[in-house]
Design a protein around this ligand. Structure first.
Ligand code: ZN
Length: 110
């Protein structure tokens, strides 16, 4: 990460900074970064230009565990009732959601 002079006050600021911490002048860097390097990890840029990673909340964890579990239960109940089409549809949705969760979880920072 390099330092660049502020266009307004010539203070040395991070090239990742959204605005100058000295005078508050916007740098316009934010748009360039988001276009050039597409982030693979979920984060927000803080005003001083640092990346703050978004951590999964308790709610996210409960939903990611509860939803597939609920889907499996509903799917199995549907299969037991002889509703094969509905049961396999539910299980297919659960499989997709589970794969998505695994995909996102593997992209989480450690
Ligand atoms: Zn400045």
């Amino acid at each position: 990460m390099a330092l660049v002079p502020c266009t307004e006050c010539d203070r040395q600021i991070s090239e990742l900074a959204i605005s100058c911490p000295g005078c508050g002048a916007p740098t316009g860097v934010k748009e360039q970064i988001s276009l050039e390097n597409k982030p693979s990890k979920a984060y927000v840029l803080t005003p001083d230009g640092k990346k703050r990673f978004i951590k999964a909340t308790t709610f996210d964890i409960i939903i990611s565990i509860f939803l597939p579990f609920w889907g499996v239960v509903v799917g199995i109940i549907a299969l037991c009732k002889g509703e094969t089409k509905r049961g396999f549809t539910m299980l297919a949705i659960v499989a997709c959601v589970t794969l998505l969760i695994i995909f996102y979880a593997s992209n989480q920072p450690h």
